[in-house]
Design a protein around this ligand. Sequence first.
Ligand code: TRP
Length: 340
Amino acid sequence: MSDAPKPLVFSGMQPTNTLHLGNYLGALKNWVKIQERMPCIYCVVDMHAITAEAGYAKPAELIRSTREVAAAYIAAGVDPTRSILCNQAQIPAHAELAWIFNCVARLGWLDRMTQFKEKSGKHKERASVGLYTYPVLMAADILLYKATHVPVGEDQKQHLELARDVAQKFNNDFGAPDFFPLPEPVIQGPGTRVMSLRDGSKKMSKSDESDYSRINLTDGADAIAQKIRKAKTDPAPLPDSEKGLEGRPEAENLINIYAALADEPRAAVIAQFAGQQFSAFKVALADLAVARLTPVAAEMRRLLADPAEIDRTLKAGAARASAIAEPILADVKKLVGFLV
Ligand code: TRP
């Protein structure tokens, strides 16, 4: 019997386009909390960003976005002296392990990935090979550190299952039953799934053509207040119970956002605003959102004013990450039969 694997958290975000409230409430706030309890590695996954058009052959934008996402991590509260903050491309072991995992994962597994089907659309033959093998790189990100806990959104659950399959098959095929732990998803609660402000049934997304559908992390106070004022609602007043939110996705979304920003249970927010009109609730929500988000945006701006400092932080993070990854990768190479 071997010891239970040491707990370690790994998560990442792609540096493409603008970060929004969904990234903040759904991921970053959660990451900051977990770092109190467990050692964490938070990575800006720039190698994933070049798998699709949004990040491909746009070097200046990619660098800007990589720094911006790193700044967002720090501004949201990720402590780069405690947690490891890094960007993937500075740690060559990610690519090395991904190659080995490309030989472990089966075509049939990747063929089942729903995100590839969505992202490649009608013209699969024009998608990059990188987009197809994206989940294999993600498995390498996690297992390179023998991470045990992976905070991800609902949409990444299938990729995490693939990482578990890769770990299991590697352990099995190379006769090392406990070598890789099977990483567990840490799925965010329903309260942190942030929906579009224009359509309560759609996820808030950076790719939505309407900027009124989302609150960007860098929006100023006026933009935040205006987007909340214009958010879609229904004509009824706010309900007096959680049950009263059923069938009212826009009301539910705004209540969820309020509860997440205030760090209060949903029931408490509902009790506070029961029977009120949306106009009054929206004023309170806008005040709260401005109070919570504008300091994050200001801190991001302050950090981004000194890109060299962000670069130093990422370089130091890469060195710490490599110190964990290199011995694990060396063991993998030994198991595989590479002369090293
Ligand atoms: N695919 C993830 C997303 O788009 C990002 C990601 C890449 C990731 N590697 C990871 C998340 C490893 C968690 C762990 O959200």
